[in-house]
Design a binder for this molecule. Structure first.
Ligand SMILES: O=P(O)(O)OC[C@H]1O[C@](O)(COP(=O)(O)O)[C@@H](O)[C@@H]1O
Length: 359
């Protein structure tokens, strides 16, 4: 019987074959240092700590004790089924794991997290600002559906160093997406995938559980200019504006600019829906004001643009939107360039009705 301990990417692919296309495997950190662009030691150190945090979260979401944790939290009234937006314990634990790693890195001035009301100031000299959704899709955890961590990295704005700490923390965290120096997500699924961009292409690395390394498996991802997949919570159809209904009705009948019938895929876990879209093309969308500009839309738009696609709110480029509030929500459309352009041509695609959906 094959033993788990003996499993590795190398043994799967053979010792001479590599996913990176040359004679050696390339880890995330090697890629940042020499295999890819030279991003600088500070960012390498930050990613060293960030990947460690995500490996801990990967272990956490796969833990056999999650269901009892979830039961305990329901009894305690935390993250109860009636309040779908209340943080669940795993969100909180993931948030703490990331914060601890960023603190240890010594490279982060401030962390702004979807789980915290206000950004946390960490280190006056830290060169970077990190924004994060520590565990997106956590409502799916009990059913073992994929989840993910999303993060973006900015430079600390030294010109704000004279301001009071609270103001400095907020303004550093509200930088425009065009200022991102790096972004990434980690998908916790059948494989744990870390996908990142440092401003020159989007690359994905798969966790080799036997060595603990993220191995470059998808160098320089290019999203197809067209996909044949739309990803949306279709149960909201009757709350959609006319433009969005028309668009979906058109492509599902194969009557759009691309004369093939589109298929639907929707996991309801943003990182998983986005990852599939990045690889296969099409559009991953949430047309209501639900997802957050700072923690979700900007980092994922940076990644999709670096892969040749587009991130839009249905009207304008996501990265061009200046955040005004940390927890600002907006409609989000991510995907293939031609598909997003076609969708935007329908004009009215942002869902204005946003009742408190129960599931
Ligand atoms: O209920 P909808 O509109 O389908 O939204 C689902 C989306 O909400 C998310 O669960 C995120 O919501 P939360 O930030 O409230 O957890 C995404 O993972 C998913 O894509």
């Amino acid at each position: 019987m094959a033993s788990f301990v003996g499993f590795s990417v190398k043994s799967q692919l053979g010792t001479s074959a590599t996913a990176a296309g040359d004679n050696e495997f390339c880890t995330l950190i090697e890629h940042m240092g020499k295999g890819g662009i030279d991003v600088g030691d500070d960012l390498v150190l930050l990613f060293t700590h960030m990947q460690y945090a995500c490996k801990r979260i990967a272990a956490l979401v796969a833990s056999p004790f999650n269901s009892s944790l979830s039961q305990q939290s329901k009894i305690a009234g935390v993250g109860s089924g009636t309040d779908r937006d209340a943080p669940k314990p795993l969100d909180i634990v993931s948030n703490e794991i990331i914060l601890a790693s960023l603190q240890k890195s010594g490279k982060v001035a401030v962390m702004a997290s979807e789980e915290d009301d206000a950004p946390i100031w960490i280190n006056d000299d830290g060169p970077f600002v990190v924004v994060t959704d520590p565990l997106d899709g956590s409502r799916n955890i009990d059913a073992s559906i994929p989840t993910g961590t999303i993060f973006g990295v900015y430079k600390r704005l030294v010109e704000l160093d004279h301001l009071p700490q609270e103001e400095r923390a907020t303004l550093n965290s509200l930088q425009s997406g065009t200022k991102l120096v790096a972004a990434g997500y980690v998908l916790y699924s059948s494989a744990t995938i870390l996908c990142a961009s440092f401003g020159s292409g989007t690359h994905a690395f798969t966790l080799d559980h036997s060595t603990g390394d993220f191995i470059l498996t998808h160098p320089d991802i290019k999203i197809p200019p067209r996909g044949q997949i739309y990803s949306v919570n279709d149960a909201r159809y009757f709350d959609w504006p006319e433009g969005l209904r028309q668009y979906i009705d058109t492509v599902r009948q194969g009557k759009g600019r691309y004369p093939k019938k589109y298929s639907a895929r929707y996991i309801c876990s943003l990182v998983a829906d986005f990852h599939r879209t990045l690889l296969y093309g099409g559009i991953a969308m949430n047309p209501r004001h639900h997802l957050r500009l700072v923690y979700e839309a900007n980092p994922l738009s940076f990644l999709v643009e670096q892969a040749g696609g587009r991130g839009s709110d249905g009207k304008v480029r996501i990265l061009s939107i200046q955040p005004v509030k940390l927890h600002q929500r907006l409609p989000l459309f991510l995907g293939s360039l031609e598909d997003i352009e076609e969708l935007e041509s329908y004009g009215n695609v942002q869902q204005k009705l946003n009742p408190g959906y129960e599931v």
